[in-house]
Design a protein around this ligand. Sequence first.
Ligand code: THU
Length: 138
Amino acid sequence: MEFDRTALIRAAFVAREYAYAPYSHFKVGAALLTRRGRVFTGCNIESATYTPTCCAERTALVKAVSEGERQFAAIAIVGSMEGHRNTLITSPCGVCRQMLFEFGGPQLIVIMAKSETDYEEMTLDQLLPLGFGPDNLQ
Ligand code: THU
């Protein structure tokens, strides 16, 4: 599926502005593209008790699934410390890889961006080889 990578990354940067990260001060934004062409965005949301923290990727995913979308083509992720430019790529944590695998499948395109033009792109099966998913429970 063809799509505009620049626009998806831009949407992730906009979402990052809403990050609630008063403890880590690391702000993350994600933009998830459905196979039907809709975009759902998310930011990280932290908790004073730390553990319940929700990553940007899962925020976007639960927004999409809770609105009836279950098939995804790509996700763009941007992250950096508050007030700083993205000098490193932000790759999804293990929990998010697993949740993306549940719905995105191995071919989901993961775009980890420093800017709209500087990014790394991998498929989810490169990030989560031999992932355990719905097919394993058949
Ligand atoms: N975080 C994300 O939202 N996504 C990632 O891919 C990496 C980490 C968040 C969780 C926490 O709020 C902060 O970044 C520092 O780990």
